[in-house]
Design a protein. Structure first.
Length: 193
């Protein structure tokens, strides 16, 4: 009764054209990866996560929604993507991602602004974790040989720029067909002054 939890995260979205560019990168990587089993993120589900809350009850959800009430005092900016990488950095990689080029500092400032707002609403911040914005492209189901990792990391990949002018609170609903992201609230970026 009102205690069911939701998987919540705050993210910025990228436009259709940038998603198509990233989709083409993913298609090329699918070939490069070959027989290694990997599940690629669908183009329409690509986003840059700023804050992942995990399982949130209704009280936390209400506080997060309050955090996004009113515009954020940061100007809109452009983000471009470049460079492939893996998580974790050592051992067998589980995630293949595309890094952020231009707009990295603005993304970090935006994320900090959200953390500060969140603290005012008693939302715990993920302190101790450095914020490394990235677009997740694929998750590996098999072990990937290190030689293959080096080969993939050398592939040139870039996309964008994408205009960032808002942040969105999403609920992630998991299903056998993959996650569905339902927008719950948003806040616009607006320069102060």
């Amino acid at each position: 009764m009102g205690h069911e939890s939701k998987r919540l995260f705050i993210a910025v979205d990228i436009d259709e054209m940038t998603r198509e560019q990233v989709g083409r990168i993913s298609a090329g990587l699918r070939e490069a990866i070959g027989h290694t089993k990997a599940s690629f993120v669908r183009q329409d589900r690509m986003h840059l996560t700023l804050h992942f809350f995990g399982s949130a009850d209704t009280a936390l959800e209400a506080r997060v929604r309050d955090t996004l009430a009113g515009p954020i005092a940061e100007p809109p900016f452009d983000v471009s993507f470049e460079g492939l990488g893996f998580f974790p950095e050592r051992g067998s990689p589980r995630v293949l991602w595309l890094g952020v080029g231009a707009g990295l500092e603005q993304l970090r400032r935006l994320q900090r602004a959200l953390v500060i707002r969140g603290e005012r609403h008693a939302i715990p911040s993920q302190t101790g974790e450095s914020f490394n914005p990235h677009l997740t492209l694929a998750r590996f189901k098999d072990r990937v040989p290190r030689a293959k990792v080096a080969e993939i990391a050398d592939i040139r990949a870039s996309a964008g720029p994408a205009r960032i002018d808002r942040v969105t609170l999403y609920e992630s609903r998991l299903s056998p067909a993959g996650p569905t992201y339902v927008p719950l609230a948003e806040a616009l970026l607006k320069p102060s002054g």
